[in-house]
Design a protein around this ligand. Structure first.
Ligand code: SF4
Length: 350
């Protein structure tokens, strides 16, 4: 009998597998997800449904692949927690739990390394190693809830990797994570971030997933963007803007625009005006995030005053701005810091 990977199935799919394999169905599928995914109880056989079905329990004990994420490091500072998960291939990925006012957000990784090569990002300097599977993405949520013991309500695909470069697996992970009988993370609480892959933005729009979209822009014009993000040579800012015009925003309201502030490079008043002009026709919220130190990109970080100043230039132009103070930068868990040689990592702040 083929193994049943519980973290790679929706409840409906699990019920179908139980029916085909053992003549059982939704009742036991729901019970399995309740015990294992919702309560983190790998001893599912202690639940009534399985106490009453010893034969099924025996077969499931043989066939079911339970979540067993191997967490190799957990570090925390002021509520922000970074953890590293070892994959079956021996690689590690990092995830960050970010405390918000009423809940926690998990920034999860979708690739080991990244092909995009953004200059300010440690993951980009690793190069691309491999895509994660949907189950490996779901395992990060399981680990955050039941090993790190945080109540995760929000997911942002802003950890290691470019989500739209691994879109099939990310799409599948979103379907699994938003299953109400399983992980139960509302789609309205899920954000996919991209460095600006236009075909991926279109694919996400067509998918009907109805999640939030964030674009990591970081520049007010193509020349600056090309100096920071090689992907800018493939997709101009106008290409991205056209993709956003096409995107079915639905009831999501706004696009999130990430802007890593780098003193002397993209933080002048003139650049703020240029950015405001570019964004004018779009419903956006701009998150201004101070650059975090990385080993490979030797620039000064932006001070709180720099962030205030740049944000106020934008606000004077009527742009909705949120100032982000980088969390976890001393843990190497801040924006652009995931995945460096000593196990630090990158997370884009919200
Ligand atoms: S910022 Fe994102 S897209 Fe760019 S290299 Fe880092 S992980 Fe990849």
């Amino acid at each position: 009998m083929e193994p049943i990977h519980i973290m790679e199935l929706t409840c409906q799919e699990l019920a179908e597998r139980l029916k085909t394999n053992y003549g059982k169905g939704m009742h036991h599928a729901q019970a399995l997800l309740r015990e294992i995914i919702r309560h983190g109880n790998r001893d599912f056989h202690t639940a009534d449904e399985f106490m009453r079905s010893p034969k099924l329990t025996r077969l499931l004990s043989r066939d079911l692949v339970l979540p067993e994420p191997e967490i190799t490091r957990i570090v925390s500072e002021e509520g922000t927690v970074k953890f590293a998960m070892k994959l079956a291939c021996g690689s590690e990925v990092e995830s960050v739990v970010i405390p918000m006012r009423n809940h926690n957000t998990l920034c999860l990784s979708c690739q080991v390394g990244c092909r995009m090569g953004c200059r300010f990002c440690e993951t980009g300097h690793m190069g691309f190693v491999r895509n994660l599977t949907p189950g490996e993405m779901a395992a990060q949520v399981f680990a955050a809830r039941f090993i790190v013991k945080k109540n995760i309500k929000n997911i942002v695909f802003m950890g290691m990797g470019e989500p739209l470069d691994n879109f099939d697996a990310v799409r599948r992970a979103i379907v699994i994570l938003s299953d109400q009988r399983g992980f139960d993370i509302a789609r309205s609480h899920i954000t996919v971030s991209t460095a600006g892959l236009v075909s991926g933005i279109d694919a996400l729009g067509r998918s009907g997933l109805n999640v939030h979209l964030a674009v990591s822009l970081n520049a007010s014009n193509d020349r600056i963007r090309e100096s920071l993000m090689p992907v800018a040579f493939r997709h101009s800012m106008e290409d991205i803007r056209q993709a956003l015009f096409r995107f079915p925003l639905g009831n999501r309201g706004l696009f999130l625009i990430g802007y890593v502030l780098i003193p002397g490079l993209n933080d002048s008043e003139e650049q703020a005006l240029e950015l405001a002009e570019y964004l004018k026709p779009l419903p956006v919220r701009v998150n201004v995030i101070p650059l975090n130190k990385t080993s490979a990109f030797n620039r000064e970080t932006a001070s709180d005053d720099d962030v205030h100043r740049f944000a106020s230039y934008l606000e004077k132009q009527g742009v909705f701005v949120v100032k982000r103070w980088s969390r976890g930068s001393r843990l190497q868990a801040g924006c652009g810091q995931l995945g460096n040689a000593d196990g630090a990592s990158r997370v884009q702040d919200l």
